[in-house]
Design a protein around this ligand. Structure first.
Ligand code: 5GP
Ligand code: MN
Length: 339
């Protein structure tokens, strides 16, 4: 994003506009935190702004300020399309390609609104007029903070904005421990606390609202954990039956893959979750060090993400997907044993 881009965006935002803010499909803490943080800012500037999410998000985010104003495209399609079709500006946050919005892709492609991307995923597509893309960033929430800094708008950051941005930085950094966490990340977090983010309350709201069933599901996931010591790899499977038996709710499996990664000597961790309704196996990959799960996912599982955290999918059975995963490991043997 150049100085001229910032000047352009400043002048665009100088008068009230119709603005839509969009996160990726299956939005996570960073997607919802960043879109809400930006929304609060835009509303303070008297824009007519609304978030349209491709679909629903986990319960542990359903306390954030103004989250109940978020439109969901899959269940509120007509209203969502109407709003997108009349937008002057569309912000796309926390994703790098329009197909990451699922069924919203053609609607966004057709729109002639000015598109502004704020994102930290690798290999971004070139669909936005203004691209604020930085793969070194911990989170899109951290980027929204930098974006507001560039707009000289930090004094506008209040408790609501600070709370939303704190949540996304916290969830995308695994509570400030992943490699992408820098001293700047911590300085931003410190400033967000100064501006009203209640860190203890936020951690409680996001992490300490487990249902009994979710804890049982974690038990099931851990008992399904398999280790492949020759590849420093660990993986978890969850079948549709197991999910159903424990009354699975969206977001329940969030973070499970990190237990596999936390196992002694593990460089690569995966979780395979069966979704019969969509006819796919949802895959989450995590790694330590320089081993790129972004590349692995792009090459084999129709996905992508970051070096140490990526997602993908497979349209074969759970068993066949795991077999494929195991079958490709020999090609990565050297890298997996070098970390
Ligand atoms: P998760 O495993 O938590 O779903 O996703 C890990 C990271 O990879 C997140 O940053 C997420 O946005 C990204 N990601 C997940 N699924 C996909 C996908 O299908 N394509 C791409 N490009 N990125 C993904
Ligand atoms: Mn993110």
């Amino acid at each position: 994003m150049t100085t001229q881009d910032i000047l352009d965006i400043k002048s665009l935002l100088a008068t009230p506009k119709k603005i839509v803010v969009i996160p990726h499909k299956n939005p996570d803490g960073d997607a919802i935190g960043s879109t809400l943080g930006l929304l609060h800012y835009l509303l303070k500037l008297n824009h007519d702004a609304v978030i349209v999410a491709p679909n629903d998000y986990p319960e542990f985010l359903k306390w954030l300020p103004k989250e109940d104003s978020i439109l969901k495209y899959d269940t509120q399609t007509v209203e969502s399309e109407n709003i997108i079709n009349h937008a002057d500006i569309i912000f796309t946050l926390d994703f790098n390609a329009l197909h990451r919005t699922g069924n919203m892709e053609p609607v966004l492609e057709r729109s002639d609104a000015i598109k502004i991307m704020i994102d930290h995923h690798q290999q971004p597509d070139n669909y936005a007029k203004y691209m604020f893309s930085d793969v070194s960033m911990s989170s899109t929430c951290e980027m929204v903070y930098h974006f507001l800094t560039k707009l000289e708008a930090l004094e506008v950051v209040d408790k609501d904005i600070a709370t939303c941005l704190y949540v996304g930085i916290m969830t995308d950094t695994g509570s400030f421990r992943f490699r992408s966490t820098t001293s700047t990340t911590h300085r931003i977090i410190a400033d967000l606390i100064d501006k009203g983010a209640d860190n203890t309350q936020i951690h409680n709201n996001v992490f300490d609202t487990n249902s009994f069933n979710r804890m049982q599901l974690l038990g099931c996931a851990l008992s399904n954990l398999k280790v492949l010591p020759e590849y420093n790899t660990a993986y978890i499977t969850l079948s549709q039956d197991e999910l159903q038996q424990l009354d699975y709710k969206k977001g329940d499996t969030e973070g499970f893959v990190n237990y596999a990664l936390s196992l002694n000597k593990t460089v690569l961790a995966a979780i395979f979750i069966e979704d019969k309704k969509q006819g796919i196996i949802k895959i989450s990959l995590r790694s330590k060090g320089d081993f790129s799960v972004n590349e692995m996912s792009r090459a084999h599982f129709e996905g992508g993400g970051h070096t140490n955290a990526a997602g993908g999918k497979s349209t074969t059975s759970l068993e066949a997907t795991v077999e494929k995963f195991i079958s490709i490991l020999p090609t990565y043997s050297k890298a997996l044993n070098n970390e």
